[in-house]
Design a protein around this ligand. Sequence first.
Ligand code: HEC
Length: 210
Amino acid sequence: MKRSTIVFCGLAALMMVAVGCSDVKRKPGKVYMPDMAYSRAYETYSTNPVFADGRTNQAPVAGTVKRGDEYPVHIGMDAIGDTANYFASRQLVNPFTELTADQLKESERLFLINCAICHGSKLDGNGPLWKDGDGPFPSKPAALVGDARYENMPDGQMFYSITYGKNLMGSYASQINAKQRWMVISYIKNKQGKLKPAAAAVDSAAVATK
Ligand code: HEC
């Protein structure tokens, strides 16, 4: 037998073995419960007798949390003239009961970029846009430090105003996310002397045990 014939036969035999061993199924098995095996799905935009409004496409259930959303906001914006949600927001709890030194630095950065132009870098309500009434902004920004009204304002209510706006102050929800808004509020509380940076708290504990 020629050498090339031997090689050819060897290759053919190898291929037959390979095909024989492959587990590709060419015939489907028997299906006893076809409506379980093959779901009969409704098309996204098709009509649907199961839902009251007759549509397949349904909005997410109220209270659904977006994937990856660490700090969901469950209080919606008040209708014009209503203040129910504004006052209900007092119940919202700030997750940042303390800030590490890094978080404090970051929240100061956020405040200086987004808020200080009106509220002032000293948080006294006298930023460059107000300048004791000489600036271009028509309404006095809140003195977040030094005014009892804001010194005593619950974090949740501040969160509401920063999220949805308050009179001439617009919403900051599109500029800073919920986590950043809570951190900025903790920064305000820190400047009001109500929240110490975590690192300092650790230090004083260390000192106390010495
Ligand atoms: C364009 C100017 C402007 C900017 C920028 C601004 N504010 Fe204000 N802010 C105001 C004014 C004006 C008020 C007073 C609103 C009122 O009660 O009429 C106010 C009020 C507030 C209040 C009190 C809300 C309440 O419920 O009474 C808080 C808290 C506050 N601002 C936080 C912030 C934070 C935090 C930022 C940055 C993310 C910010 N503001 C950016 C103008 C501004």
